[in-house]
Design a protein around this ligand. Structure first.
Ligand SMILES: NC(=O)C1=CN([C@@H]2O[C@H](COP(=O)(O)OP(=O)(O)OC[C@H]3O[C@@H](n4cnc5c(N)ncnc54)[C@H](OP(=O)(O)O)[C@@H]3O)[C@@H](O)[C@H]2O)[C@@H](O)CC1
Ligand SMILES: Nc1ncnc2c1ncn2[C@@H]1O[C@H](COP(=O)(O)OP(=O)(O)O)[C@@H](O)[C@H]1O
Length: 485
């Protein structure tokens, strides 16, 4: 799991740290982490070149703002300059942090305006204009610099986060594009949520001695690889797990097909389709290996595409009574009994969760994390709240988020395939929490690897390749590297 925090949580942690360590120089620790990362980037793969003469030819641009983020950059500039690198400081927002500017000047850094910097060559640029105190977007002068640096293929190292991003979201208005970002104490949401994450490059987490106790946990690609069930020599179709799909209706047969596709393409040992005739016919046409007959299953997928039918409550009760874990999706969420068996997984989007909780959708949107916890508490089952950040909360009030993906999956039918994937994972024996995290993570990863308007059935057709790459044997860390490349 990766820890992730908001700007507010970071500031609270910083206050607690200073209460416990009055007078500590956190900025010096942060700046040293920036300077160390900068040197690693400058040296690249050729540490043999690290002679004083070679270092004295390498030029570094430090773009600095006027807050503490700028100060981190300025103290890093001073350290680099003292070590022999040629450093220009560029005040992008007019003024500079006073002590930081003093240190940089004393160490021998030059100063350059944003306009003059456009005409100079740099081997590395450090973006220390805006950090967690930044509001979205950047001034034109910085946008021009960012474009020029990209045009010259100059690597950019962002301090804490690329300027222009909001620490707490994946939104991008206009920002710096970093090759590497060095952040402190915990990752922030912009490092993980898309599309912002794509502007951060490789994110390095520096330990500055500050603990963020209320940081959240987000499943990483490595977690996904660890969770994914892989068949062994003794496996057969039953031991891998049989998924029963009781989804779709004559009005919405497509939802039944998509759920089956999700289950099949994510590795179910067998998929049984027991939906209405209209669904079964379409399923057989698309996926001939599906068994359209009743029988034992290890998990049920219900609710997708049921429509508003008077028989929905009885249809749900029948499946819950089977005693195996159930993925409860879409229309079945409107007819939930007061308590759901604990091993089940409820998969609402914000509107469905609002209805479950008897509140407005806007209230859910205003506190998605808290609403997800409330849903799990109210129904005694695990809840996967779908959307851009996908929270998974358990009845005992543990909460974590799935690997975030791009919004390409925000389209009708994605939830139906996701329910099928979660069914496969429950049938394979994963807990409801792990099934929610891994199912949502697979869909996100598939969309990361195949960006574009792929329809849910097309994306499901890509699941086998994504899973194959995900679980391919290799050293720990290889998976993360491959998928972040
Ligand atoms: N907290 C910690 O634990 C630690 C924090 N550390 C470091 O401190 C950083 C946070 O520093 P910070 O709070 O001073 O805010 P920062 O990001 O420098 O920006 C504020 C300045 O920017 C301005 N401004 C804002 N948006 C703007 C825009 N769009 N366009 C133009 N201007 C804009 C705003 O001016 P305003 O307009 O509000 O007057 C204000 O002057 C953090 O990211 C990390 O690097 C580390 O040293 C170690 C531990
Ligand atoms: N902004 C977003 N970013 C990433 N994924 C999203 C976003 N919004 C929705 N999704 C994904 O899209 C799917 C939508 O599910 P849902 O609304 O239930 O659709 P349907 O019921 O039509 O299948 C979910 O799998 C969710 O994870």
């Amino acid at each position: 799991m990766t820890t992730v925090c908001t700007a507010e949580q970071m500031r609270t942690a910083e206050r607690a740290f200073f209460d416990a360590h009055p007078g500590a120089d956190l900025m010096a620790v942060a700046a040293h982490a920036v300077a160390t990362t900068a040197v690693t980037m400058l040296l690249g793969d050729e540490p043999l070149e690290e002679s004083a003469e070679w270092i004295a030819q390498q030029r570094v641009l430090v773009m600095a703002g006027r807050g503490n983020n700028g100060a981190d950059g300025l103290f890093a500039a001073a350290e680099l300059c003292r070590d022999g690198w040629v450093v220009d400081v560029c005040p992008v927002l007019g003024s500079l942090h006073e002590a930081g500017a003093g240190a940089a000047q004393e160490a021998g850094c030059g100063e350059v305006s944003p306009v003059d910097a456009l005409d100079r060559h740099y081997d590395l640029a450090i973006d220390a204009v805006l950090g967690i105190g930044g509001r979205p977007s950047i001034p034109d002068s910085l946008a021009r610099l960012d474009e020029a640096l990209a045009g010259a293929d100059t690597p950019v190292l962002a301090v804490d986060l690329p300027s222009g991003l909001s620490a707490d979201s994946g939104e991008v208005v206009r920002c710096v594009h970093a090759r590497t970002t060095v952040t402190f104490a915990s990752r922030k949401w912009c490092h993980l949520a898309r599309p912002a994450a794509a502007c951060c490059g490789r994110v390095i987490l520096a330990d500055i001695g500050v603990a963020v106790p209320d940081a959240d946990q987000v499943a990483s690609v490595t977690d996904l690889a660890d969770l994914w069930p892989v068949p062994g020599p003794a496996s057969d179709k039953y031991s891998r797990g049989v998924v029963g799909c009781d989804t779709g209706s004559s009005q919405y047969p497509g939802a039944g097909v998509l759920g089956v596709l999700g289950a099949l393409r994510s590795g179910a040992g067998m998929v049984r389709c027991v939906g209405p005739d209209a669904v079964r016919q379409h399923v057989m046409d698309r996926t001939p290996s599906v068994v359209c007959a009743a029988g034992r299953v290890q998990a049920w997928v219900v609710g997708s595409g049921w429509g508003d039918d008077a028989g929905n409550a009885a249809r749900l009760d029948r499946r819950l009574a089977d005693g195996v874990p159930v993925v409860v999706d879409a229309d079945a969420l409107a007819v939930l009994p007061r308590r759901i068996p604990e091993g089940c997984l409820l998969t609402p989007h914000a509107g469905e969760l609002a209805r479950m909780l008897g509140i407005d959708r806007a209230e859910v949107e205003a506190d998605r994390r808290g609403s997800c916890l409330a849903g799990a508490r109210m129904f005694g089952a695990t809840v996967l709240l779908k959307g851009s950040i996908q929270w998974v909360a358990t009845p005992d009030q543990q909460i974590s988020a799935a690997l975030p993906g791009p919004a390409w999956t925000a389209q009708a039918g994605s939830g139906d395939t996701l329910a099928g994937v979660c069914g496969t994972l429950l049938a394979a024996g994963l807990s409801a929490r792990d099934a929610g995290l891994a199912g949502a993570g697979l869909q996100a990863l598939a969309a990361i690897l195949s960006p574009g308007p792929w329809s849910p059935d097309q994306l499901a057709d890509r699941f086998p390749e994504v899973i194959g790459r995900l679980v391919a044997p290799g050293p720990v860390g290889a998976v993360e590297r491959e998928f972040s490349a």
